[in-house]
Design a protein around this ligand. Structure first.
Ligand SMILES: C[S@@+](CC[C@H](N)C(=O)[O-])C[C@H]1O[C@@H](n2cnc3c(N)ncnc32)[C@H](O)[C@@H]1O
Ligand code: SF4
Length: 478
């Protein structure tokens, strides 16, 4: 059901582009949808990889990674992910691999290890390659001093052949941003910043241990725009404690006024048994599944109304953004246009994807540094991909990105038993689709409008390793 909205005037945003000022005024979830959500909400993976990272094992280690790097073809396109596992303070909701530090010394020591790993990995990669994407994530990469930002970027460019027009994204905590850091990041060649907001409502911010005004966020974004870094992503989270449709409706207007190019809208993953800091969150103040559903609908409706294109499960982009105009892919950073032959993960806990499989570094910074010092690589676990994994992973990625799956494409790419396995799952998904989540197409299946919020349920049917007891590990599916 479309939301009841008031049609409004047009005003300008921070970049002078016009925005409609319509506000959603009512988004009541129809009873039938509420019943469906209550019945189907389940703990399921977000499928940023297949198999999901909890299945990675010690059967894959540094020796495999060494071989897999050496087997990359000459001229390979590479994507580099660098993990900075430090923050100024730890937000209570945060499920990222990071820790709070008030002293800079552990960060500086970590950078020494990171530089050593960059040297070791680049020496094993093909001499002729081209880096098309760089992503610094965390944690908060903007905890680095301007000098260390320059040092890290220089180390990367000295060791890897970074393309002139490479996309270079950095996750930033706006509360840490300074003009000097923005200078250093812009000089390093950053093309997009990704800014954490979550919710601007003071009551919600109190309940999640993250206090961040609109002004500090606007100033941080402004520092980059003034330096020619035009592309801005903002992260929002729904399903947080004390969050309501009204609080989110206000937040989304404040976010729209910042005119981001992309907006990621994550459903809060509350996993206090696995994420210790989430024990600080009052579980009783969390919205239930139906309220979460209403919140996500409110955000999606308002962003669509403001001219953003909905992409996959949780991303929105301006129609002229590469994410909206190009082919969508999914990796550990979420939705991306990245099509590189290999994703190289650098830093503690970083995950890489080679043509032959996944590799993950030691999670604890001290363990990571000791391993790098001992042999250059810090791989502790991973997964060697089978043909069956590749075909199922392709099916899951296409469903997460396109809400559709072409069995002809699966057959053309994989053939044999792997394609037959995917075809069999697709047949059974169509056959026992009681809730109207899917429909048959000429060469496969498509997720229906009604089924879109439940796409993870359909993907889970293709997951040969799904753990029915995975409740403590995965987030709520709606
Ligand atoms: C590395 S942080 C972003 C950059 C920076 N550290 C900051 O917070 O501003 C990555 C993002 O993950 C999301 N996130 C973290 N924990 C989450 C959780 N438990 N559930 C859903 N999203 C979460 C938040 O939107 C957060 O902005
Ligand atoms: S949300 Fe960002 S700033 Fe907060 S703890 Fe997580 S990584 Fe750090």
């Amino acid at each position: 059901m479309p939301p009841a909205v008031r049609r409004g005037k047009v005003r300008s945003d921070a970049t002078g582009r016009s925005l409609p000022v319509n506000k959603p005024v009512s988004l009541a979830v129809p009873d039938a949808d509420a019943a469906l959500v209550a019945r189907r909400a389940a703990a399921l993976p977000r499928y940023t990889s297949y198999p999901t990272a909890n299945h990675f094992g010690a059967g894959v280690g540094a020796a495999d990674y060494r071989r897999w790097l050496a087997a990359l073809p000459e001229g390979a396109a590479l994507s580099l992910y660098l993990h900075i596992p430090f923050c100024d303070t730890l937000c209570w909701y945060c499920a990222c691999s990071t820790r709070a530090t008030r002293r800079y010394e552990p960060v500086a020591r970590y950078l020494d290890a990171l530089e050593a790993e960059i040297a070791a990995v680049s020496a094993l990669a093909p001499a002729r390659h081209r880096v098309t994407h760089i992503h610094w994530g965390g944690g908060s990469p903007d905890i680095l001093t301007p000098a260390d930002i320059a040092r890290l970027a220089a180390a990367l460019r000295a060791r890897f052949a970074v393309e002139e027009d490479a996309e270079f994204a950095v996750e930033v905590d706006p509360r840490l941003m300074t003009a000097g850091k923005a200078d250093a990041l812009a000089a390093a060649g950053v093309t997009r910043i990704s800014v954490g907001v979550q919710d601007f409502d003071p009551a919600v911010q109190q309940a999640i241990g993250r206090l961040q005004g609109v002004e500090v966020t606007r100033e941080a974004i402004g520092l980059f725009r003034a330096r020619g870094v035009r592309s801005v992503n903002v992260d929002l989270v729904y399903g947080l404690p004390r969050q309501t449709e009204a609080s989110l409706a206000a937040t989304v207007e404040q976010v729209l006024a910042l005119a981001p190019d992309r907006i990621a809208v994550f459903g809060y993953a509350h996993l206090p048994r696995r994420v210790a800091n989430q024990k600080l969150i009052d579980g009783a103040a969390l919205p239930g599944a139906v309220e979460r559903f209403a919140q996500s609908r409110l955000l999606a409706e308002r962003l669509a109304q403001a001219g953003y294109v909905a992409l996959g499960l949780d991303h929105f982009a301006r129609p002229d953004d590469a994410l909206a105009t190009g082919a969508l892919h999914r990796n550990f950073q979420g939705y991306t246009t990245d099509r590189a032959d290999a994703l190289i993960g650098l830093g503690a806990s970083a995950i890489g994807l080679m043509p032959r499989g996944y590799v993950q570094n030691a999670v604890a910074a001290a363990d990571y540094a000791a391993r790098v010092a001992g042999g250059g690589l810090a791989t502790v676990r991973g997964w060697a991909l089978s043909d069956d994994d590749r075909a199922r992973g392709f099916a899951i990625e296409r469903l997460m990105c396109d809400f559709a799956l072409s069995l002809d494409a699966v057959a053309a790419r994989f053939g044999g038993a792997a394609a037959a396995a995917v075809r069999a799952v697709a047949g059974s998904v169509l056959a026992d689709d009681e809730d109207g989540f899917v429909e048959r197409t000429a060469d496969g299946l498509r997720i229906t409008e009604r089924g879109r919020p439940f796409v993870r349920h359909v993907c889970a049917r293709f997951d040969a390793y799904l753990d029915p007891e995975g409740g403590a590990r995965h987030s709520l599916s709606v």
